[in-house]
Design a binder for this molecule. Structure first.
Ligand code: TXA
Ligand code: MG
Length: 316
């Protein structure tokens, strides 16, 4: 198992040797390595068992560092970064040559974000390179939101997990770029559409699909838990699936089932986002075959939650 601790010095020393270290962010834990080193980045793909056509996000300590890795920042994206960084926002920018093609899967854009977590920002500030980091889970599984989640699945493949406690947001960053002069969201995430539109006006939302060339990693079933998840109205689903073999995932409703997870009894989408991946992992340990899940209200962080639920339900 990996060592779990809060020692930035250990993390820094390992990263400087081109090793991979799990780091906390406000969204989910990342599997980090020197973004400018091909051997280091290669280790990320190996540890995660991730296909090389799925590009990585590069993490920087501040907006001021972006110009070293990206050609230019369009006005709308700069306005978003000024308003929401550090935070759950990834910008797609034209990359500079210093970023290896391996990081971007050969695309001419690089995803960059400044995470909002004190430990990781301190770490980034002491390093003289940025960190490439996908979510710290095996490819195709649910993202980790605690050090223990990381250790459960990748503990025997990495030397160190920097312990920053449970993730405050709990769902991955929102990915935004500019396409044909249109601000475009490629992945709904921890920064809401409403918050983004308040700064830049109406944006285009590009739906996910397994053939989306701008986000080649956004395979529909990307967040699949270990069991079949079916999305619908719980009452209807209980007519079709055997109750004793089914776990229930609800927003607020209590069905008095021994196998249920209520995302937020108080009806908070912020709390529901924090709980979602912990819920999906909890179901894996329950003696059931099906997860019957209901969508949450489709507003604010609810859009990102529903996106992950739809992808967990997808079978392709
Ligand atoms: O919140 C997050 O974004 C977390 C934390 C660790 O920062 N990271 C994360 O990374 O979710 P990952 O690799 O699990 O998801 C990043 C997604 C990839 O699936 C990829 O499709 C998309 O971002 N992406 C990265 N760079 C891209 C690029 N240049 N063009 C299009 N999509 C890109
Ligand atoms: Mg991921």
């Amino acid at each position: 198992m990996a060592e779990i601790g809060t020692d930035i010095g250990i993390a820094k020393a390992l990263l400087e040797e081109a090793q991979v270290v799990a780091i906390p962010t406000e969204t989910v834990y990342g599997l980090a390595a020197n973004a400018l080193s091909v051997p280091a980045v290669t280790r990320i793909f190996t540890v995660k068992n991730r296909p090389q056509f799925d590009p990585l996000i590069v993490h920087v300590p501040s907006l001021a560092r972006v110009h070293a890795y990206a050609e230019e920042v369009p006005d709308a994206l700069r306005a978003l970064a000024e308003r929401f960084w550090p935070g759950p926002l990834t910008l797609l920018l034209k990359k500079r040559a210093i970023i290896p093609d391996l990081v971007t899967s050969g695309l001419d854009t690089v995803g960059i974000r400044c995470p909002d977590h004190a430990l990781t920002r301190q770490l980034l500030e002491t390093l003289d390179f940025p960190l490439a980091a996908p979510s710290a889970n095996p490819f195709g599984y649910v993202s980790p939101v605690t050090p223990q989640h990381v250790n459960d699945q990748l503990g025997d493949r990495i030397p160190y997990i920097l312990d920053g406690g449970p993730c405050r947001v709990g769902i991955e960053s929102t990915i935004v770029g500019v396409e044909n002069d249109q601000t475009t969201i490629y992945r709904m995430g921890g920064l809401s559409l409403e918050d983004i539109e308040q700064v830049v006006g109406p944006v285009h939302v590009q739906a996910h699909s397994s053939s989306n060339p701008k986000a080649p990693g956004q395979l529909k079933s990307h967040y699949a838990p270990g069991k079949r998840l079916i999305l619908g109205t719980i009452e209807d689903l209980l007519q079709q699936y055997p109750a004793h073999r089914s776990a229930l995932l609800t927003f607020q409703a209590d069905f008095n089932s021994p196998y249920q997870f209520i995302l937020s009894p108080a009806g908070s989408l912020t709390e529901a986002a924090q709980q979602l991946f912990t819920a999906l992992r909890a179901f894996d340990k329950m003696p059931v075959d099906f997860i019957l899940a209901e969508p949450v209200p489709d507003e604010g962080l609810g859009r990102a939650i529903n996106d992950r639920l739809r992808r967990a339900a997808a079978v392709d």
